[in-house]
Design a protein around this ligand. Structure first.
Ligand code: ATP
Ligand code: MG
Length: 338
């Protein structure tokens, strides 16, 4: 029986952080290990260049970092096909064909892109490639005929955009070759882990991260600097749990829910200091991240193996994308010489 196809990925704009971990990596490993799916994982370097065109070294240098993070959390290249977006030029032609099915105003309405434009200060000069990256994502997803796309919440508008493109394409060219994908979003706060500054989602581009590769000391310092409740000044003061990043993270990582509830009540009443809750979070996060870091350091010693994974994965992916592009050209009617 044909397995359901999954496509996910990350932009190689830096190392991966615990937002990626709870928002998508854990879930990917779970799905991979069921063996029920055809798993494809794309390192989206072309997409990363849309807002980093003047800084290609950053993207190039992040390729292996992202792969190392994958391997460290348990993504297994024997079970999941890991490949590099830029090595599949067929995706670009698909993007061109899809761009004709999308209006400029539709692209400008995308709430995630709007927000990212603001965050990156692009208001006065948006790189055209950046504005259209949701269309290139549609190319990625449809090239692999992915049915399921596990992503964080910020990616929902992209999946919606892809679904619209698929419907337009299939109806205009009277075909059913393209598949409408469904997003798989984690439950609750994991879908959008806030940064340690408490301001917005944890994101490589915002510098509010805890990386999977951070050493013990760095993790501790970051936790100690975390945003809590600005009005909780003296230990005796009643404190606020809402928007308090330490409690948000405890909610996700602390397995002892009874103890956590007691701590919350104590904090709200007053008498529980920020240093105490931070120390507790530090204990828990260190225990979670240490084995990941150890595995990461091991894989890092074998660069040849890392490149081999990417080279082989990209070859497999390119074959699949070539087949889809062929079908797309046939549907449009531009396969003149076949
Ligand atoms: P950048 O700042 O370069 O966009 P990013 O940190 O937002 O980097 P992406 O590579 O854009 O990371 O995201 C990869 C995947 O991880 C997406 O599915 C995204 O939804 C998910 N993700 C990213 N940040 C978080 C977060 N803070 N919480 C949950 N999921 C996240
Ligand atoms: Mg992002």
């Amino acid at each position: 029986m044909k397995k359901e196809v999954i496509l996910t990925g990350d932009r190689p704009t830096g190392k991966l952080h615990i937002g990626h971990y709870v928002g998508s990596l854990i879930n990917r490993v779970k799905l991979q290990d069921t063996n029920d799916y055809d798993m494809n994982i794309m390192i989206a370097d072309t997409q990363a260049l849309t807002d980093n065109a003047r800084n290609p070294e950053k993207i190039r240098n992040s390729l292996l970092e992202v792969l190392l993070d994958y391997l460290a959390v348990g993504i297994d290249p024997k079970k999941s096909n890991i490949f590099i977006q830029s090595q599949i030029p067929e995706l670009n032609e698909l993007t061109m064909h899809y761009l004709n099915l999308v209006s400029l105003s539709r692209l400008e309405r995308n709430p995630t892109v709007k927000n990212e434009i603001k965050e990156r200060g692009f208001e006065n000069s948006i790189p055209a490639g950046f504005l259209i990256y949701p269309v290139s994502q549609a190319a990625d997803i449809t090239a692999f005929k992915a049915e399921l796309v596990p992503v964080g919440e910020d990616q929902l508008p992209m999946i919606e955009q892809t679904r619209e493109i698929v419907r337009s394409f299939n109806s205009i060219y009277k075909t059913n070759i393209l598949i409408e994908p469904k997003a798989i979003i984690p439950e609750g706060i994991s879908a959008r882990l806030p940064g340690i500054d408490g301001k917005s989602k944890m994101s490589k581009s915002l510098g509010n991260t805890i990386y999977l590769s951070d050493d013990e000391d760095t993790i501790r310092k970051k936790i100690m600097s975390m945003y809590t409740d600005p009005n909780h000044i003296r230990v005796e003061d009643p404190g606020n749990i809402e928007g308090n990043v330490v409690f948000t993270y405890l909610e996700i990582f602390c397995k002892d829910k009874i103890l956590l509830n007691e701590m919350k009540e104590h904090y709200k009443r007053g008498g529980l200091g920020d240093v105490k809750i931070k120390k507790y979070l530090n204990e828990i996060l260190q225990a979670e991240l240490k084995p990941i870091r150890v595995r990461r350091n091991d894989f890092e010693k074998n660069k040849d193996y890392l490149y081999e994974i990417l080279r082989e994965g990209s070859l497999i992916a390119r074959n699949i994308a070539t087949n889809t592009l062929d079908e797309v050209r046939n549907a449009i009617g531009i396969n003149y010489f076949n």
